[in-house]
Design a binder for this molecule. Sequence first.
Ligand code: FES
Length: 179
Amino acid sequence: MDQPAEKKEVQFSEGALAEIRRYMSHYPADRQKSALLPILHIAQAEFGGWISPEAMDKVAEILNIQPIEVYEVATFYTMFNLKPVGKHVLEVCRTGPCMLRGSDQLIQHLENKLGCAVGETSADGNFTLKTVECLASCGTGPMLQVREQYYENLDAASADQLLEDLKASTVKKPWEENY
Ligand code: FES
């Protein structure tokens, strides 16, 4: 009989832990669980753009809650990736207003350019292509999001330029940025 894969414990960096503590300090000692969503975002940024079961267990340990409480939240929200992703995750809005402004064509173009379908990662590991619902930038569609950044009014040429720029960029963690 196959044995279940052994879980490896993960560790947050000092920078990530400082950010986690900052969020936890916003809540009373007996309400620390309220910091769960921002801490999951930190975990996703810390561990390569996705949240493994080991990372969820670590979050549960930090917040002193049951792992199932973390699993429930992480699996509910589509902004959390639960399997490995590329260096950049392209989240293309496909809701009505963006569709009317060409999101179908943009998605098709990206699929062709990246050589992968929606939900997949390009062979070079640089991009995971996802579709999402309205990102509240309806007047500037078609658009996509990469981490906290919006890219709007995209066409084939500007999308190609964006891919090149992203490929050449370094992914910084939010707590490494000056904001
Ligand atoms: S429909 Fe795309 S941002 Fe609203």
